[in-house]
Each structure stands twice: as structure tokens, then as C-alpha cells.
Write a protein that binds this ligand. Structure first.
Ligand code: ZN
Length: 686
């Protein structure tokens, strides 16, 4: 079902907000009321003069909170909107093509992964290729393009970069968050109200030096900093000129705030590195709340990821189980799948993903054929019946407990002919058994990568045939043998993005994929492997915290083949508060585009769920959490509110505003969903 035609379209261009109409002061000249949005933004963007004036608005939508007017003299106060989009400024990006963000080579990866996990829209500006200037920071109309800039760069000099344009953007409403940087530039010093002094090492505990929205949880005893007693890392010693210190480590500031105006701030976080933003709940929480403070609000998926797990069962349809001495078993039949997969999943209200291969390497005909017609007694005397397997997988998918995903096409080297092959006729006790032959996206046997064009061909065959055999659009690629190519042009994750996959999971790496960005989710999504004879090593109590993404647990069709109680045993080992999570649901969530836009006199959020990546939501609802900074929340709590979803009125309890976040539940249906809050007309402020 596609509801997009029935739902309101965003009334302004993507990435823009325009609350100006309602934010106008009573004193606003009539002429500007009649001006077009672009004109008003032009007014808003006039450069500041000698003085700055902060004008608070009185209406509901104090999202942008304020305007700092132009010159202190004649220019009338103009109210600025705050776009729900972040600019991530990075010093260096290892991919010259600007596609793949890699945890091993890109220092900024943890922040990119977190923003993606939180569904916060962002652009990346790389100082190694791009020149920062007003063309990035301002829209054509003159309004700001970004609600916040997250600054992760830390070069000894910024050379020709135009940091004055950044100062202009902050005057126009863009907030600034600088993390793990010495900010060696006078303009950055001035914005932060801070000077870099020296490096230092200290094992002192962090303490809250000022009550603030950002430090609220820590002051309340939640997310307390872990002991620093064995952390001798280099830290940055900064000295405030006008900034307030919110968190300190002994005499050293660790988090500072320079409030440039209502709703406009410049924050500095002295985290020892960027990985801790994912790994430490203390730093993660400070970073998240800094973001809410800077943007005014943040909308995140309403999923308790800390207790979610994705099950992946690999190897459905592969040929090797019928002839490899070290990997032999009966491909599970329809009955085995029903009793030992579907039933236990249903009993636990669970879901799993089958990583399927549709290209069966047939050693007799020396061709790739369909697995689902294979019916034979194998080398070890087992009666294999793959038609039954396919039926079982279809039943599980129809029962809603199984997503069908791609494990590649054949699970095998694309070139089975050349030396040291041909593999087709190689002795299965010798060359034919070599594990390198059983990897599809990296030529392990010959120590080479697989060329991009060959990988793409295999991915496309897989997608086509999964559609043909199961009527399903696979959205995840999981390469076999944890083998994949990593160089720029052959990067398997990048190629998977190109053919339309939304998630890539090697055994030890998970990437978010779309056509423009491929992000390593290291430190956000932990992954583990298990098996019927390995469950004792699972040790969930030792898993790292994962508040922003599910755990992915890999095992095989083999485990239910060799141990019919495997699924029950697996559920028994998992902590009782864990629930399974579907791959396609996860992909749908991380591909939902959240935007905010103005429509009349309210805050409107739009959630775009397309028919490809977000197909799951055609028949399922989704839930989101709107985090509000204190000033906005207090403003909302003081108003009589009308809330609507897709144009239909819904309720918001006053008590909801006692908490820091609101839940937004969206109905099933693809296209654009709109959530809107506005002040009731009869109680509106003049
Ligand atoms: Zn496999």
C-alpha cells in the first residue's frame, strides 16, 4: 500500500524549516509579513553589526528560540528557523570518492555511525577536499542550512578555510559542537569562549560543575563517569575566556558551553577520543544531550536496542553440505524448519533472517543450477531434498518469522576454473576441500580481491533469484566466509550499496548502506557468531552495551540440522530481557528520513518511508521518540496543544511533557507521514 498520495507533502523544500510566520513579533513590520519565505530569510541573514540583540519570541514555536538581529539600530528583529540537519566537519576521509566511512581509517566514523543510528540527517564536509565557506552554511535565500555544525577537525592550522563564514552562520542561528579538537583558530576560540592551553594527563573523576540540561542525567546520578584510575591518555587542557564549564576533571574543563543566544550555543566536549562517544554511556549521553540542546529537539527510533538481537542463519541452499567432510549435514527439510525453527520462534514471539544462496554449484554438470530441485543421496548417505527446504523457508516467511536475505549467489569463488583449479573436478579430499574456494567476494584461494564487476554480477543474480524463488526483496548482503574485498573500487559493502542493499554484514563488520553513503557501524552494532556446539561460549553477560543498535548473532542452517533443540537452547542462553528483531525492520528504521518543516503555525515532522528500503512499514507501524530541550518543552507544556498524525487529530497528554521525550506512533503505510503539533487556536498568544 502506498499512502503517499493521500498524505500532505512537505510544504517547503527539503531540509528547510520556516516557522517565521508564527514566530513574528507583534512588532514585526507588516511588510515583512507579506514577504516571501526567501525574502524573510534574506532579512534574517543580514550580517550583524557592532552590537547584537537577542529577541525571544512569545509564540509556541520557539524552536529557533531567537533571533539575533542585525545591527542594533534600524533592522527589525527577525525570527530564524532551525533546520533539522547537521553538518559534520571532518579533517580527513580515507575514501577519495567520499562513499565508504571506515572505522579503521576514518577518525570521525563513531560520530557518523551515531548520527545514522539516531536518524539525524547530516552532510559531511571534509576539509581535505572541500573549502568551508558560506556556500555550504547558507541556503540560496540566505537562511542557514544547518541547525548545528559538529566540528571534529583538529589540524594545527586551518589555512584558507573560511571560518568567518562559520561565525556568520552562528549569528544566523546555527549551533556549534566541537569534539576532541584543540580548535586552533581565533574564530573558533571566540565562538567557544575558550582557549587551548596544553595537553594533560589526569585520573581525576569527572564532576558536574553546573546544573544544566546537558548534565542533568549525570547530576541525577545516571550515567556516572566510570573510574578514570587507569586512563593515562592525552587530554586537552582548555581555559575559558567567557565559556561556562559544565563538567570538569579536577581543574581541567571537560565540557564547556558558550550560549551565543537563545537556542544558539557553542559547545566543546573534551572526550579523550571519538570512539568513547559510542563506548562510554557517560560520553554518549553528554554528546546526545548536547545535540538536543543545539538543535532544540532530536527524533530517534523508539526501540530498546540495548535488548534487541538479530538472528542470522546462514548457508541455506549451498551445495557444500553434501560433499565437504568438515561441513556435512542434511539440509533442513520443511518439517525440520517447521518444528525446529518456526515453532520456537513463534513461541518466543521471535523473528530470524535466513541468509540464502540461490546458486548451487553442481559438480556433475559443472554448472550453477537451482538448489531447489536437488534431490539425491549424498556422499555420506544422507537423503537431501532441497525442494522441501525451500517450502519450509517460504512457510516461515509467510508466517512472519523469517526475513529472506542474501548470502551471496553461490558462496563460491566466482572463478572455479583457473589454477589451482579447476575446482569442479578437484579431489574433495585435497584441493577441492580448501576453504578458500568457498568464499565469493574475496578470492581467498589466489590471495586477490574479486573485481567489482564480478561481485556486482553475483549480487544481482542473487537478488533476481531470491525474488523468483521466494517473491522477496532481500535488503541485506552477508558475504560468506567473512570474506570480502576492501579496496576502494572493489569494496564489497560499497558495491552492495550500489545494487540496492540497505545493510551489509560480514561476520565482523556491519555497514549501513544507501546510494550515497556506506557507514561502518562499528561500536554501535556488536556482532557474534555461535553454533550448536558453541553456545557455551556465547556469554551475553560480557557483551558490550549497545544502546544504539541491535546485536547481530550469526549461526547456520547446520545448527538446527544437527541439534533439533538448538533454537530453544539459544533462547535459554539469552538474557530474558532480550527480544529478537527483524533485519528488514531494522533496515526500514535506519532508512526512514526524518525532516522537519513548517506548515502554518506548528512544528511538523515528516517521516518518509520509501517502498524499497522501508518496505517493512507498508504493513507495520513505527514508533519514534521526540526529545525536547528544556526551553522548548516548557514552552509546549505552557500551551494548549493540538496534535495530529497524517492530518488526523490525536492526543498528547499534558503528563507527557513532564518527561524529556514524547512518543510518536506512526500507522502502517509507505510514503510520507506527518506529525504535527500546534497551539490550539482559542488559547493562542497574540
Ligand atoms: Zn556461509
Amino acid at each position: 500500500m502506498n499512502d503517499s498520495a493521500k498524505l500532505p507533502s512537505p510544504p517547503v523544500e527539503p531540509g528547510t524549516l520556516g516557522f517565521e510566520r508564527d514566530s513574528l513579533q507583534p512588532a514585526e513590520p507588516v511588510s515583512s509579513l507579506g514577504a516571501s519565505e526567501e525574502d524573510r530569510e534574506l532579512i534574517a541573514a543580514e550580517p550583524a553589526g557592532a552590537g547584537r540583540r537577542i529577541v525571544a519570541t512569545s509564540c509556541l514555536l520557539l524552536l529557533c528560540f531567537a533571533a539575533i538581529s542585525g545591527a542594533a539600530t534600524a533592522t527589525p528583529p527577525a525570527i530564524r528557523s532551525k533546520p533539522y540537519r547537521v553538518l559534520l566537519v571532518v579533517e580527513h576521509w580515507s575514501d577519495p570518492y567520499g562513499l565508504v566511512v571506515n572505522s579503521e581509517t576514518d577518525k570521525f566514523q563513531p560520530v557518523a555511525a551515531l548520527l545514522k543510528a539516531w536518524s539525524v540527517p547530516f552532510d559531511i564536509l571534509r576539509l581535505d577536499q572541500q573549502h568551508l565557506d558560506a556556500s555550504y552554511l547558507f541556503r540560496r535565500s540566505g537562511g542557514i542550512r544547518y541547525g548545528a555544525v559538529i566540528w571534529l577537525a583538529d589540524p594545527p592550522s586551518y589555512g584558507e578555510q573560511d571560518l568567518i563564514s562559520l561565525e556568520a552562520a552562528t549569528r544566523a542561528g546555527t549551533s556549534l559542537i566541537i569534539v576532541d579538537s584543540r580548535f586552533l583558530d581565533p574564530t573558533l576560540d571566540k565562538l567557544l569562549g575558550l582557549k587551548f592551553k596544553d595537553f594533560y594527563t589526569s585520573t581525576d573523576t569527572f564532576r558536574v560543575t553546573r546544573e544544566h540540561y546537558i548534565t542533568h542525567d549525570i547530576a541525577a546520578g545516571k550515567n556516572a563517569p566510570s573510574a578514570q584510575s587507569h586512563d593515562y591518555s592525552d587530554r586537552l587542557w582548555v581555559q575559558p575566556t567567557i565559556a561556562e564549564v559544565l563538567i570538569a576533571q579536577g581543574q581541567h574543563p571537560a565540557l564547556t558551553l558558550n550560549q551565543l543566544g537563545l537556542g544558539i550555543s557553542a559547545l566543546w566536549l573534551g572526550s579523550p577520543n571519538l570512539s568513547v562517544l559510542c563506548e562510554s554511556s557517560f560520553w554518549r549521553n553528554l554528546f546526545f544531550r548536547s545535540l538536543v540542546w543545539s538543535l532544540g529537539y532530536v527524533v530517534v527510533p523508539n526501540v530498546d536496542y540495548a535488548h534487541r538481537i538479530i538472528f542470522e542463519l546462514d548457508d541455506w541452499g549451498t551445495a557444500d553440505k553434501g560433499f565437504l567432510s568438515y561441513w556435512r549435514y542434511l539440509e533442513p527439510s520443511e518439517e525440520t524448519i517447521r518444528q525446529n525453527l518456526i515453532v520456537p520462534l513463534q513461541q518466543h514471539h521471535g523473528i530470524a533472517s535466513a541468509e540464502v544462496n540461490t546458486g548451487y554449484v553442481d559438480r556433475q554438470s559443472k554448472r550453477v543450477v537451482s538448489p531447489w530441485i536437488q534431490r539425491f543421496t549424498d556422499l555420506y548417505g544422507l537423503h537431501q531434498d532441497y525442494a522441501s527446504t525451500r517450502k519450509g523457508l517460504k512457510d516461515a516467511a509467510d508466517a512472519g518469522v523469517l526475513d529472506i536475505e542474501s548470502h551471496g549467489w553461490t558462496h563460491m569463488e566466482p572463478n572455479l576454473e583457473s589454477p589451482p583449479g579447476p575446482w569442479w573436478t578437484a579431489d574433495l579430499a585435497g584441493e577441492g576441500s580448501m576453504v578458500g574456494w568457498y568464499a565469493e567476494f574475496e578470492d581467498q584461494r589466489r590471495g586477490e580481491e574479486v573485481p567489482a564487476v564480478t561481485q556486482i554480477y553475483h549480487m544481482k543474480r542473487s537478488l533476481e533469484e531470491l525474488q523468483e524463488d521466494f517473491g522477496q526483496q532481500a535488503l541485506e548482503l552477508k558475504p560468506g566466509n567473512n570474506s570480502w574485498s576492501k579496496s576502494q573500487f572493489n569494496n564489497t559493502a560499497g558495491l552492495a550499496a550500489r545494487v540496492g542493499f540497505g545493510l551489509f554484514h560480514g561476520d565482523k563488520a556491519t555497514y549501513y548502506l544507501d546510494h550515497e553513503l556506506v557507514i561502518d557501524m562499528a561500536d554501535v552494532i556488536p556482532d557474534f557468531n555461535s553454533g550448536y556446539d558453541l553456545l557455551g561460549d556465547l556469554n551475553p553477560e560480557r557483551w558490550p552495551d549497545h544502546p544504539d543498535g541491535p546485536v547481530i548473532l550469526g549461526f547456520h542452517d547446520r545448527d538446527i540440522a544437527l541439534d533439533h533443540n538448538f533454537m530453544e537452547r539459544l533462547f535459554a542462553v539469552l538474557p530474558t530481557n532480550y527480544e529478537t528483531f527483524g533485519t528488514n525492520q531494522y533496515i526500514g528504521i535506519i532508512h526512514t528520513e526524518v525532516k522537519s518543516s513548517a506548515d502554518g503555525d506548528g512544528l511538523q515532522l515528516t517521516f518518509t518511508q520509501d517502498s524499497h528500503y522501508c518496505a517493512y512499514f507498508a504493513n507495520h507501524s513505527s514508533s519514534w521518540r521526540l526529545w525536547l530541550s528544556d526551553p522548548l518543552r516548557e514552552q509546549l507544556a505552557g500551551s494548549h496543544l493540538e496534535v495530529s498524525i497524517d492530518g488526523k487529530p490525536t492526543r498528547i497528554k499534558t503528563a507527557d511533557l513532564d518527561h524529556e521525550d514524547l512518543t510518536i506512533d506512526l500507522p502502517p503505510g509507505l510514503g510520507i507521514h506527518a506529525w504535527k503539533v500546534e497551539a490550539a487556536r482559542n488559547s493562542k498568544e497574540p
